[in-house]
Design a protein around this ligand. Structure first.
Ligand code: NAP
Length: 689
């Protein structure tokens, strides 16, 4: 049964297996739009050291018993449950000042990110507990001593400290890769909007899908928690650069070399290409994006455009076009359908933004909006943290300082002009490292020059033009498959980025030894490890198949007729197969050669077991290389070895990867590749009975 929500709600922390309330009444947190007390928060007296130990011993142990696919499926089930509960989250989200549309990247975006991780992990990673990474490295001439990188889940807790502006996405985008890696999480949302994160965690725990200890939440101050981190823990921080710098230098973090990722603020630039003057689709896209970035979530997004960098010739046109859009943005209560921009998160944050605008005015003048007046369609300007968007213009960006260093975390941006592409890049780089930059142009030369100059100072660069007008996800949206983070001022971190984000929560170890020993560690067959040849391995279901099961086939000679038949049959009459003189003139061949694809086809003909059996389908090959030319009269033989077995959780089959090596009569390898098949868990298939 769900809890009845009583306002103001006393928020609780879920620590060491129970919901716990801090001592005292708790500090009030106001609804951003109405000023009413929405929740009470506090963690006084709670035992953080014990919670971390609980996560490590109870949660970590449970997660490490599962395979990567088990954990991914768990997250998929959790994500699907959360989708059903979205309405409750959106309703709570209004208290943060965000409109329903603002909440979409947070609530739907967060759940979507979690589901993306769950799906990528099952598609791109094997169903194992210890992950082998990259190829086996030969370390001795005779192949008896080899090396392999392996990845194992860190045995501590992943502590995720988040900013107030994405109470759902901020948590889910971090716990998804950590849980898939096998690390338990302690989330610490920013106090100001922790009521929404707490609600989502409550609902997640109620599903019973997560093992005990896998997810804990600190709702309120983190107290002395970071004094108790150990060498196996990981800390990720999202928030202001000032807080991040303070936390990353905490003695327990420094002394224990604790992995610390920081996602801080940045002065993101959006550049208009010199070709994209008024009247072009790119000009319109640029203006729309700049205005949207300023007003979405009232500009409280770490990726929002803060600096609008335009050719000097178009400065005035850009200011007029953006101002016209900003003046039409209705500001008001977030739940009103007519509202396009809601409130900032708190009155004190609004005061902070106004103070930052004053500092920006040392370099720039306000050209749209004002510091004091608030025009609202609904709501009370004295109670809610409302403000109208403010656009500034900086006439001399090369000599300005504040516009490149002060982040007004609200609906605020500054237009600045550039002389040429090199100067546009220089201006963007004056932000000293940003999360994202965007460029709007339809010119490929401008794109190559500007993006080339931006890359080292940015974690992400978006190029917008007429071709992506409908499909682009926009300047401000980090994506699960791509990295989020930036160098320098932006914190120097990297999050998400698909599977690379998962690996951040694992320890990479270089293991050296004999192929037999390494194979035992990773569960993957490697060259030189033990093999077994009894019945044809294609006759074995997953219940019987073992890595190292092998077949060495009969031999087959390749004739001139074979090659000509294949050439005429397929239409591949490339001269190296057909014309002796031309083939000899080619630096790689001594005469006419067999087609590579003929070799692969003959190999299949040699290794398959033709009768219906547990091998259900061939779904491709990986890493195909042709290494030695095959001439007429050469003889081919195949050695096929079961390399990796991935039973699919929840299905009646699994993927099997076979090492396929084709050799000639001199034992030279002519082709090497992995054959990918689907194999039944049992045979006959249980579902067919
Ligand atoms: P903040 O004040 O720096 O706080 C960030 C987090 O740190 C909060 O959860 C805060 O908790 C926590 N914290 C503060 N002191 C701590 C301590 N001693 N021990 C442990 N945790 C501590 O930032 P904010 O005001 O919430 O967020 C706004 C800023 O975040 C902006 O500058 C924005 O650019 C940045 N941001 C960056 C990204 C990114 O991905 N790069 C994303 C979103 C926002 P309390 O709230 O309880 O103090």
């Amino acid at each position: 049964m769900k809890d009845t929500v009583v306002k103001p709600r006393r928020l609780e922390s879920y620590l060491a297996g129970a919901w716990r309330t801090g001592a005292g009444e708790g500090s009030p947190i106001a609804n951003a739009a109405t000023g009413e007390v929405h929740a009470l928060i506090g963690t006084d007296g709670l035992d953080f050291k014990g919670a971390l130990e609980w996560g490590r011993s109870v949660g970590g142990a449970a997660l490490r018993k599962m395979t990567i696919h088990d954990r991914a499926l768990m997250l998929k089930a959790l994500g699907l449950k959360l989708l059903d509960m979205r309405d409750e989250f959106y309703a709570e989200n209004y208290a943060t000042g965000a409109t329903r549309k603002d909440g979409w990247p947070d609530v739907d975006g967060g759940i979507g990110t979690m589901l993306t991780f769950a799906s990528k992990a099952r598609r791109e990673l094997p169903n194992v507990k210890v992950l082998a990474e990259g190829p086996v490295e030969p370390l001795s001439a005779d192949g008896s001593f080899v090396g392999q990188h392996i990845l194992s889940p860190m045995e501590g807790v992943a502590i995720h400290i988040n900013a107030y502006n994405f109470p759902v996405w901020g948590m889910l985008e971090k716990i998804a890769p950590s849980l898939i890696a096998g690390m338990p999480c302690v989330v610490k949302p920013a106090s100001q909007t922790a009521y929404l994160t707490e609600l989502v965690v409550r609902r997640m725990l109620e599903t019973g899908l997560l093992p005990e200890g896998a997810l804990q939440i600190v709702t309120g101050s983190a107290g002395d928690m970071l004094d108790h981190v150990t060498e196996q823990d990981v800390v990720t921080f999202t928030g202001s650069a000032t807080t991040g710098r303070m936390l990353r230098t905490k003695s327990a973090i420094v002394n224990n070399s604790v992995r610390f990722t920081m996602e801080a603020d940045s002065l993101n630039a959006s550049i208009l290409g010199a070709d994209a003057g008024p009247g072009t689709p790119e000009f319109d896209l640029f203006v729309r994006e700049a205005a949207r970035e300023m007003t979405t979530k009232a500009g409280q997004r770490c990726t929002a455009i803060r600096r609008i960098v335009v050719p000097k010739a178009h400065e005035q046109a850009v200011i007029e076009a953006i101002s016209a859009r900003l003046q039409q943005v209705p500001v008001g209560l977030p739940q009103d359908e007519s509202t396009r921009m809601g409130a900032l998160v708190s009155l004190s944050d609004r005061d902070g933004v106004r103070e930052k605008i004053r500092q920006l005015q040392e370099d720039a003048e306000i050209v749209c909006g004002s510091l004091e007046d608030v025009r609202l369609t609904t709501g009370d300007a004295s109670a809610g943290a409302f403000m109208n968007p403010v656009l500034l213009h900086c006439a001399d960006p090369m000599r300005a300082e504040n516009v490149h260093s002060i982040e007004a975390f609200g609906p605020v941006a500054t237009v600045m002009g550039y002389e040429d592409a090199a100067q546009a890049v220089e201006i963007a780089r004056m932000g000293r490292g940003s999360l994202v930059s965007s460029l709007f142009t339809n010119d490929t030369d401008i794109t190559a020059e500007i993006v080339g100059g931006l890359a080292t100072f940015h974690g992400r660069v978006l190029v917008g033009n007429r071709e992506t007008a409908k499909s682009s996800t926009g300047h401000g949206s980090p994506l699960a498959a791509l990295i989020h983070g930036g160098p320098g001022r932006a914190g120097g971190g990297e999050e998400m980025g698909g599977i690379r984000g998962v690996k951040h929560f694992m320890q990479r170890t270089a293991v050296q030894g004999s192929p037999r020993m390494l194979s035992a560690i990773t569960g993957q067959w490697i060259e030189g490890a033990e093999t077994r040849a009894d019945i044809h391995p294609f006759r074995k279901s997953l219940a019987e198949l073992r890595i190292g099961d092998q077949i060495v086939t009969a031999a087959r000679q390749v004739s001139k007729d074979d090659v000509e038949h294949f050439a005429n049959f397929t239409g591949d009459t490339f001269y190296a197969h057909m014309d002796s003189a031309a083939a000899k003139a080619n630096p790689f061949f001594d005469d006419r050669v067999a087609h590579g694809y003929l070799i692969v086809s003959f190999a299949a003909g040699l290794f398959v077991e033709p009768n219906p059996g547990p091998v259900l389908a061939n779904y491709g090959v990986d890493n195909l290389r042709f290494m030695t030319p095959v001439y007429f009269g050469d003889t081919l033989q195949v050695r096929l070895t079961c390399k990796e077995i991935n039973p699919r959780a929840g299905g009646d089959y699994g993927e099997v990867r076979w090492d396929c090596r084709v050799t000639n009569q001199n034992d030279e390898v002519v082709a090497q590749y992995d054959v990918l098949t689907m194999v039944a868990k049992t045979w006959p298939l249980e579902s067919a009975e």
